[in-house]
Design a protein around this ligand. Sequence first.
Ligand code: GLA
Length: 355
Amino acid sequence: MIPFGTTPDGRAAHLFTLRNAQGVSADITDYGATVVRLFAPDRQGRLADVTLGFDRLDDYVARSPYFGCVIGRVGNRIAHGRFSLHGKSYTLALNNTPGGIPCHLHGGLRAFDKAVWRAEPFTRAGEAGLRLHHRSPDGEEGYPGNVEVVVTYTLTTDNALRIDYEAITDQPTPINLTNHAYFNLAGEGAGDVLGHMLTIHARDYTPVNAGLIPLGHVAPLAGTPLDFSTPHPIGERINVPHEQLQLAGGYDHNYVITHAPGQPNALAPAATVVDPASGRIMKVLTTEPGMQFYTGNFLDGSFPAKLGHVYQHRHGFCLETQHFPDSPNQPAFPSVIVAPGETLRSTTVYRFDVC
Ligand code: GLA
């Protein structure tokens, strides 16, 4: 563990390195439970940092578009920043305005990504891990209930970064946790990801309106430029004139992950990404019902990042495993409400390989 700076309000942050025998390593800070660096080998064994981010805490505090952090309490958008639960309505910060339409995004103004978590490193049978704890008080960012969250990162012997999420509450409240890593399998700063080959194990998605809020139904992907059920380069169809791509300025959509019949909560393959040039492969598995595929449409090169690199439009992609956006207002979607006495449990694995 090494120091990673101090937040403007005086909280000390730290950086922890998890490493396995194959040379895969992850640097994680307790600020936002954020993956700062993730090194994976290419087909020649050369390591590159495959996640976008910053070298300094100050940049995470000042301008991070959610690079690598844990998102909560509720990942993704909540329409009009409002929801009601058991007859009571709740008002949340409006911190995002896609299409000029205000909504609540990623837990609000000072959400889990801006907390300094309590970190506990551990090792277990050749694996290295970091357990991060956070307590979110009743009323924080407008949400009800005291919530205790534990996020466990484990670097496994088979080159995976496994993320286990757990949460409990003392009042019914919505919780939808994810990690917001931006990946570039050629290495961060190596340009755009349009040539990466992507497969998403989904047949349906949740189409959105101009404010990027789901319309409320699931729609088939077949026949649309959003269909990645067979491998396609990310950039192959990104500029096809299709209403959904135009509304989002690229891909920024929630895919309904195909889970085995009768096993909706089992760990299932969600996506495979291949960078043909380096040979790096990333497989994503999740217990979650959905996954947001986002192509960094809001990256605009307006700030220097790691090693002075500048990230333009589509220089990274996110695969944010999650429950569906706006779930607190969408009765047809799987519920994100956690009740006292229940434990939310969720697992996502990002596994690296080469071809
Ligand atoms: C998610 C959203 C995007 C964008 C990013 C953060 O991926 O779906 O629209 O807000 O977070 O920039």
